[in-house]
Write a protein that binds this ligand. Structure first.
Ligand SMILES: CC(C)(COP(=O)(O)OP(=O)(O)OC[C@H]1O[C@@H](n2cnc3c(N)ncnc32)[C@H](O)[C@@H]1OP(=O)(O)O)[C@@H](O)C(=O)NCCC(=O)NCCS
Length: 312
């Protein structure tokens, strides 16, 4: 078996990429967990992934191709940032799994990390042992555990009174705000993702809302991005000083999605926040671990990671 050819993913690959992402997830989750149906019956929503990544990190996504036929065997999305390199979804076509395709796709990102002395970060599903062990064998170490929660926001709004501070949460839309959000994350989490916040605020691909919470002195208490695109209804990324600010931001972002069922990842250690989410009607749907290869920056506060764009 010849090793796959690794090349940049092109715009002309978007349809095949969506098909491959859908096929590999459905097949893997059906075979191992009998849960293939959770990814729906159409590859069309998965087109959002290569489209978002082509704008967010042009030229960084990789394709693994059959060296003879040129067929797409795997894809991997890479997000180099000044403080770290984030890895997005990695997927191998079902018939090509277990032959080193994912390893070959990850090699350039790991090389870049070694050459530039940056850690590599990602979030991986703890229900997917092939993915967890792929990263574990490459040296990644889990550092934070998240529970994936979801709830259908009632048409009349969430039950109970809004949490303290919810009335002070507001939307920001000016791309100039990106540096402020990024500076907050750098101070609290040691990560620089200015690129990501500029992308959300420009809001040209996908459908994003950016919520912020400030204290009486006008300082940020936290922020939370929400994806409202029908292909990815999800809250995050976000960073807050603590659980109180997190509850206010979550409440406001959920309230703005009445009738929808967003997914969001909450750190398992934020037990008060988790109880609050249960009181709003949230249910557990999956578990994710943030894993890093290399040193993990000292972090304070809470984070809400996402899968689009991946933000471990
Ligand atoms: C996860 C996934 C990308 C792996 O792709 P792959 O091309 O089959 O992976 P590779 O063949 O390159 O490597 C897998 C490695 O994990 C190891 N591995 C797999 N299952 C393992 C297990 N249960 N325990 C220990 N090691 C395991 C393999 O031995 C191999 O390591 P090696 O190269 O040292 O032998 C693939 O299963 C997939 O596409 N799954 C569906 C999509 C998905 O879930 N993606 C990840 C979530 S974003």
């Amino acid at each position: 078996m010849l090793p796959p050819t690794i090349r940049p993913l092109l715009a002309s690959d978007h349809a095949a990429t969506a098909h491959l992402l859908h096929r590999s997830l459905v097949e893997w989750y059906q075979r191992h967990l009998n849960q293939g149906a959770r990814f729906g019956d159409s590859p069309v929503p998965f087109r959002l992934f290569p489209e978002v990544y082509a704008t967010l990190d042009p030229g960084e996504a990789l394709a693994a191709c059959d060296p003879t036929s040129g067929d797409l065997l795997g894809v991997c999305f890479i997000h180099p940032r000044p403080t770290h390199i984030a890895l997005g979804i990695v997927a191998t076509a079902p018939e090509a799994q277990g032959r080193g395709v994912a390893r070959a796709l990850l090699a350039p990102a790991l090389d870049l990390a070694r050459r530039t002395g940056r850690p590599v970060r990602l979030v991986s599903s703890l229900l997917n042992l092939d993915s967890f062990s792929l990263y574990s064998r490459l040296g990644f170490v889990p550092h934070t555990l998240y529970q994936d929660l979801t709830l259908t926001v009632p048409a009349a709004g969430l039950p109970g009174a809004p949490p303290p501070g919810a009335d002070r949460v507001r939307l920001v839309t000016d791309p100039a705000e990106a540096s402020r959000l990024a500076a907050f994350e750098l101070a609290w989490q040691g990560l620089d993702r200015t690129t990501d916040y500029t992308f959300f605020l420009r809001n040209t691909v996908g459908d994003w809302r950016v919520w912020v919470l400030e204290n009486a002195a006008g300082e940020l208490e936290g922020f939370l991005v929400a994806s409202q695109h029908p292909s990815c209804v999800m809250l995050g990324p976000g960073v807050t000083r603590g659980e109180t600010a997190a509850a206010a931001l979550l409440w406001r972002a959920l309230d703005a999605q009445r009738g929808a069922s967003p997914v969001f990842l909450v750190p398992c250690t934020a037990s008060g926040l988790v109880r609050q989410c249960y009181a709003w009607g949230a249910r557990n749907v999956e578990l994710h671990a943030a894993q890093a290869l290399g040193p993990v920056a000292p972090a304070r506060g809470l984070t809400f990671p996402t899968f689009l764009p991946e933000s471990g």
